[in-house]
Design a protein around this ligand. Structure first.
Ligand SMILES: [Zn+2]
Length: 61
């Protein structure tokens, strides 16, 4: 049986996740700020695929 001990008030224990974008504590369960998620999504947006080169394909039309 464990003794009932008071919460360690002296230990802040940052149980909140850190936003990978702004490196700040996130108060939501998402683990990232909504606005930062948008920023990250825009920053890591993959480059647009090159359009098919018309000269490579035979213009059999
Ligand atoms: Zn953030």
């Amino acid at each position: 049986m464990l003794p009932v001990s008071p919460k360690p008030w002296h230990v802040p224990t940052p149980n909140r996740p850190i936003c990978p974008v702004c490196k700040k504590a996130v108060y939501s369960r998402a683990g990232i700020h909504p606005q930062c998620a948008v920023t990250q999504a825009e920053s890591i947006r993959p480059p647009r695929p090159d359009p098919p080169d018309p000269s490579a394909s035979p213009a059999a039309k």
